[in-house]
Design a protein around this ligand. Structure first.
Ligand SMILES: CC(C)(COP(=O)(O)OP(=O)(O)OC[C@H]1O[C@@H](n2cnc3c(N)ncnc32)[C@H](O)[C@@H]1OP(=O)(O)O)[C@@H](O)C(=O)NCCC(=O)NCCS
Length: 176
């Protein structure tokens, strides 16, 4: 479990069952759910059911779910992750979620850049992808500040709380 990534202000370490209360808290905000398809879990048990396979995937290094912490205080800031694709394709998908009270400080961008670096340098993929709902202007900005390019718009892909949403697909290549 000793995989730990560091940026100027943040530590990203693999999530485990001790983090469930923080994860549940993060997922309980309607503004965190607004452009995500997860839905707000009704109780901690539901969060646990969602998260247990991801904790197992962390141990197996099949997927990577990180807790984002303040590097100095270790306080919880959010979550982020990497889903590697099939080995032959040498690609991976990244995602991130930040506690609303810490939005606008550049944490998601710092996280996203580090995930991209991890994908290229450690996982040795050649392509990193991310998707976001077309209305999620903050996430669009994060992806573009991270150097990703918009490649596609998929229509009515996402079942959001407010209804169907189109999804933008972004990617960056190791040669970009
Ligand atoms: C999207 C999210 C991760 C951004 O986190 P963050 O730490 O606030 O992001 P950053 O501070 O790195 O960058 C946000 C950028 O969006 C901009 N932004 C935020 N809201 C905006 C708005 N309504 N209109 C225009 N720009 C906006 C900010 O100004 C900033 O850009 P700047 O640095 O050029 O000023 C956060 O809002 C979040 O967790 N949302 C809920 C989960 C989610 O949607 N995750 C992404 C799924 S694709």
């Amino acid at each position: 479990m000793l995989l730990k990534l560091e940026t100027e202000r943040l530590t990203l370490r693999l999530a485990n069952s001790n983090d469930l209360a923080h994860i549940h808290h993060l997922h309980s905000f309607p503004e965190v759910d607004q452009y995500n398809t997860l839905g707000i879990p009704k109780d901690l048990k539901e969060t646990e059911t969602i998260m247990l396979p991801l904790f197992d995937a962390n141990i197996a290094r099949e997927k990577y779910t990180f807790i984002i912490q303040d590097k100095t205080t270790q306080s919880f800031i959010g979550m982020a992750g990497v889903f590697p694709g099939k080995p032959k394709y040498k690609s991976a998908e990244i995602w991130y979620k930040i506690l609303p009270q810490t939005w606008g400080k550049g944490y998601a961008t710092e996280t996203s850049k580090e995930l991209i670096r991890f994908c290229f340098d450690t996982l040795e993929v050649h392509r990193v992808e991310a998707g976001c709902a077309v209305g999620n202007v903050a996430s669009i900005r994060v992806l573009e500040k991270s150097g990703m390019q918009r490649e596609a718009r998929r229509r009515q892909l996402l079942p959001l709380a407010a209804g169907w949403s189109d999804n933008f697909e972004y990617a960056i290549l190791d040669v970009d």
